[in-house]
Design a protein around this ligand. Structure first.
Ligand SMILES: [Zn+2]
Length: 432
């Protein structure tokens, strides 16, 4: 029998319930590693110890980093900023080819450091694309939840037959799938619509959909990608062709946008994480919304490349499910979702802290499985951390209304499946 864990009681001045919104005072009781009570409570109950009261604190579900490549953390500071995407991509390919045993050891250390950095910034869930297989063992920790997507690259039929198919049926992948409830779920990631031939993309989608396995794919990251796939030319086309991917136009077929290819392959489902979608074609925001795909964007990664504005308003109007990611440390300085949310607030002049928190916590994705899996049994008490949000003039919440909504929604908070984090409110001047 497991030893019983002590009961923890805590109270914070503000709380965030994904359904009820901002709560004026929140009391949380954790017993045996589970939430026993979560209630609106304007004043701290007498039995809450002094060190567990945060009169300026804000309690919220932990943050979700919905897109990163932890395996590339060793490239931190090594890649140029503000260059064309093709130039950056060529640099990545070169660096990866030069990996030897010694650099793999350093890469593993960098990966471990990056995980620690993400955790220290309030991230409690990471959706990671795995290429070198460095991060996966680290994501199996019980300190966080994760999805680890095995990357599949198949720009030619020959490569798909030689490697891609086998990757789908790896025994490790199969054993993960048959072991539900683990803190790290496994998914697959056909890399992009220009590095995976249509036949392979369709097979991946079919395979994932039949098993309910999460699938992630980079889509429409740049205008060059549209150019490559619709017109069969452009810088990216030339570069991929030079990398020796056979007769690219023949392998990929030409004439359809990346998002349209993914849709036709059956990949755009609620199981799917569409990464970036920076450059949708006319009407494609509606396609993304109607398919209920989750779209993750990376504001500071886009700033790194000096890209045009994200079609945020278009997506919000269309009702696209949105989440935030950092992408890798090869195109970002930090893996900190708070900074990504701050960049969204600044660049797109979003003055809606609750919407931003929904974006940063994953609450904005709704309860569509498997991206919203049942929460694991155990949780940790929240850790104090830096400021995320400051409401300058918080509306006085209607206590009765919040109380009854909260009573109805306690299960919602449980279903949020993420650990709670505490955000200290120190400056009265700033929002995000
Ligand atoms: Zn990426």
């Amino acid at each position: 029998m497991q030893p019983r864990q002590p009961r923890t009681r805590m109270w914070a001045r503000w709380g965030l319930d994904p359904a009820a919104g901002l709560i004026d005072g929140v009391y949380v009781e954790i017993m045996d590693g589970r939430y026993a009570r979560i209630e609106a409570c304007r004043k701290p109950p007498a039995d809450v110890p002094e060190e567990c009261r945060w009169p300026k604190g804000f309690l919220t579900p932990g943050l979700l980093n919905a897109h990163t490549h932890l395996d590339y953390s060793w490239l931190h500071g090594a890649m140029p900023r503000g260059v064309r995407f093709v130039e950056w991509l060529a640099g990545m390919a070169l660096a990866c080819r030069a990996l030897d045993d010694e650099s793999m050891r350093r890469a593993r250390e960098a990966c471990a450091d990056a995980v620690e950095q993400a955790l220290s910034c309030g991230t409690t869930e990471i959706w990671d694309v795995s290429t070198l297989n460095l991060a996966r063992p680290m994501l199996e920790s019980d300190r966080m939840r994760a999805i680890s997507y095995a990357e599949i690259i198949a720009p030619t039929r020959a490569r798909w037959e030689a490697e891609g198919r086998a990757r789908l049926t790896q025994s490790k992948l199969a054993s993960y799938i048959s072991r539900p409830g683990g803190s790290c779920a496994l998914g697959i990631s056909p890399h992009t619509a220009y590095t995976v031939i249509p036949e392979a993309l369709e097979a991946c989608a079919h395979w994932a959909n039949r098993r309910g396995v999460p699938l992630a794919i980079h889509l429409a990251e740049t205008e060059d990608e549209n150019e490559l796939l619709i017109n069969g030319n452009g810088e990216l086309f030339d570069m991929i062709q030079e990398l020796g991917a056979g007769e690219l136009a023949d392998e990929l077929g030409i004439g359809e946008s990346p998002i349209e290819r993914a849709r036709r392959a059956g990949a755009l489902t609620p199981n799917c994480l569409a990464i970036h979608c920076n450059r949708p074609r006319p009407g494609e925001a509606r396609v993304l919304a109607q398919s209920e795909v989750a779209v993750v964007f990376c504001p500071l990664g886009n700033a790194w490349f000096g890209r045009p504005d994200y079609p945020l308003e278009e997506y919000r109007q269309a009702g696209v499910r949105l989440a935030l990611g950092t992408d890798s440390l090869a195109s970002n300085d930090q893996l900190d979702i708070r900074l990504e949310a701050a960049e969204v607030a600044r660049r797109y002049k979003i003055d809606d802290p609750l919407w931003l928190l929904g974006l940063a916590t994953g609450a904005g994705l709704g309860n569509i499985p498997p991206l919203r899996r049942p929460r694991r049994a155990a949780t940790q008490p929240p850790r104090p951390m830096g400021r995320l949000v400051q409401r300058r003039n918080p509306k006085t919440p209607d206590r009765r209304k919040n109380g009854s909504m909260l009573a109805q929604r306690i299960n919602n908070l449980r279903e949020v499946e993420r650990e709670l984090i505490l955000v200290q409110n120190s400056s009265p001047k700033r929002r995000i």
